[in-house]
Write a protein of this length. Structure first.
Length: 147
């Protein structure tokens, strides 16, 4: 019964992977999910987040040969920035990315703070820069090494 209902609903509601306005004027997604009245559950949001994180990590590993061997804080910051900005915009941070590749953490932190991104996200950029600066002190290089 459940599979028949699913097929029936897809047939008549349609399946749209991006937000759209339904016939009653409500913002919807998927198979008639009314986002305005119903939204999504926490579990659904976390499922989407897991997918987005997997996509970000896949993109970064494919783009930067040094990514997997980078300190944990460096991976965290790059992943956060890629998630927030998207890979094409992240790639515009040429000086910062060069500093990451060369493990010049002081320069990488400076480049994060000296950007339009820092002006837009404020404390997020300050925190990310502090995570990079902490690499120099070996404070946060690897979570598993912390006591």
């Amino acid at each position: 019964m459940k599979e028949d209902l699913k097929d029936h609903l897809i047939k008549f509601e349609g399946l749209v992977n991006k937000p759209y306005e339904c016939t009653s004027g409500k913002l919807s997604i998927g198979v008639g999910r009314n986002l305005e009245d119903n939204g999504i559950t926490t579990d659904e949001a976390l499922f989407l987040l897991d997918n987005d994180i997997n996509n970000v990590l896949t993109e970064l590993k494919a783009q930067f040969v040094w990514f997997e061997s980078a300190p944990e804080n460096a991976k965290l910051v790059l992943s956060d920035m890629c998630f927030n900005l998207g890979l094409p915009t992240l790639l515009a941070f040429k000086k910062m990315l060069l500093a990451f590749a060369e493990q010049d953490w002081d320069e990488a932190a400076k480049q994060i703070l000296d950007s339009k991104y820092a002006k837009q996200v404020g404390r997020r950029a300050i925190y990310n820069a502090s995570l990079i600066e902490a690499i120099m002190d070996d404070k946060w290089v690897n979570k598993s090494e912390r006591t």
